[in-house]
Every structure is written in C-alpha cells, then in structure tokens.
Design a protein. Structure first.
Length: 262
C-alpha cells in the first residue's frame, strides 16, 4: 500500500509523524509519503489530490488528505466539529479519503467513479486526522466499505476557479489553474500578467525553455492529467528563465488571482 498524505500541518511539523504513526497502526506494511500544503489551502490540496491520484503510480494507492479550515459553519464549534470525511474512487482504482472542504474535491469530482460520505464522527478532537479518521481510512484502504454513507453529487462540490495560483515550486515557478487549452495565443506573443499589485510583461511559449534567459514565460507546464473528455489536460505555468517568477511578482500566495491584461 502506497499512501500519499496531503495536509496543511507545515513542512517538518511533527503532526505528520503523529498521523503517519496512526495510519501505520491499521496499515503496518504501508509506505507513506507526505506533502505539506499552505495553511487552509484547499485549492492546493485539491490540485495535488488530482495530480497524484489521476497520474500513473503504484496499483495499490490511497490518498489521505486533511485540510479543514472549519469554514462550513461560522458559528461556535461544538466538540471541535468540522467538515465531514469523504471517500472517492478514481477511474484507475486510487482511493481518496479526506475532509470535504472548499476545493479539496473540485479537481476530481467529475472523474470519480464514486463519491460518498464516510460514517465517522465530525467532532471529538481538535486533531481529527490523527484521533478520529485513521481507523476508517485504514479499513477502506483494505476494502472494508461498510463505513460508507450517502452518495455525494458532483454539483454539491464547488468548481475549481480557473484563474488562481495553485502552487509555487522550489524553482519559483508558479503553477496556475488556467487550463492550457483555453489560451488562444501564438508562440512568442507578448502579453501582460498581473498578480496582486504587480504587473509584468511575459511571452507565451509552447515549450518551457523556448524563451531567452531572464524572460517571463506563460506556458503549458509540467502538471496535468487526462481530462474527462479523454484528452490531455495541462495547466499554465509562469516561469522566469534563470530566475524566480514568484519573486518577480512579490512572492504571492497560493490561491491568489491571476489576470491577463493582454
């Protein structure tokens, strides 16, 4: 069993070790790999659920995710209650277990063969992903579907916004939620990009390194998967050859809006 643990605990946070320890209690032979997303970033969580889940990998896979801002109800919480736990089954057999919050399921909702609630407490602990959810995740991973509850319809889950920053990688490249097939530009066409209060010239490129050193490129990037129409889906990336696009735009945050001015 190969488990991708996606959560907003923070890079190096011992919370990852605690949750992995609980998951291994029920799945002692599992290999668990962690991915830390920014705090409360359901958009980044959803993006990586799809990127990891819909692309090739080991046959026996589970994605266990937790990014739960507890924004489903503005009122005071009783018993640390938060958003409910859900199950999704992807076309390649990958199982996805985690909290349905914000955009966590937005990128996979139309791909999933099954979308269901999981009958487990929504409260009981401030740290539900450690104290409440692992037994259900482990059982479902091994084929025990008796925990499953109501069917979730795709239209109950919000659509992903197609004009945001999805991720900033270690090179300062900005991965976006702009689908490449929606961009009607010619190679080397000049455009203007605004993120927050910062505006920069850029060049549309159909290949990552077909731009001069020091040039900001607006180009189909390395992230994507097969779309529901059976065609490759790629996401636009902003990258600065020989530098950092993230730094050029003043180090914006994930989920920030991107505007194309030309």
């Amino acid at each position: 069993m190969f488990i991708s643990l996606i959560a907003d605990y923070g890079t190096g946070d011992p919370a990852f070790a605690e949750v992995k320890q609980r998951l291994l209690t029920g799945l002692p032979q599992a290999q668990i790999h962690e991915l830390s997303v920014p705090p409360f970033s359901t958009l980044a969580t959803g993006f990586w659920i799809a990127q990891l889940g819909l692309n090739p990998g080991p046959a026996d896979r589970l994605i266990y995710h937790n990014c739960a801002p507890r924004q489903d109800d503005p009122e005071a919480r009783r018993d640390n209650e938060g958003e409910g736990l859900t199950y999704a089954l992807l076309p390649n057999g990958v199982k996805v277990v985690g909290v349905n919050a914000g955009f966590t399921l937005s990128f996979i909702k139309n791909h999933a063969k099954e979308l269901r609630t999981i009958n487990v407490s929504r409260g009981g602990s401030q740290f539900r992903s450690r104290d409440v959810f692992p037994p259900a995740a482990a059982a479902i991973a091994t084929g025990d579907l008796g925990w499953l509850g109501e069917v979730i319809q795709p239209d109950q889950i919000p659509d992903a916004p197609f004009d945001r920053i999805a991720w900033i990688d270690g090179y300062g490249n900005i991965k976006t939620t702009i689908p490449a097939h929606t961009v009607q530009l010619e190679p080397e066409q000049k455009i203007v990009i605004r993120i927050g209060d910062i505006v920069s010239d850029a060049i549309y490129s159909d290949g990552s390194f077909r731009v001069p050193e020091g040039t900001l490129a607006f180009s189909p990037g390395s992230s994507g998967w097969i779309g529901t129409d059976g065609q490759p889906l790629r996401w636009i990336e902003l990258f600065l050859r020989g530098g950092s696009a993230w730094a050029r735009f003043g180090k914006p945050k994930v989920n920030q809006q991107i505007a194309r001015l030309g």
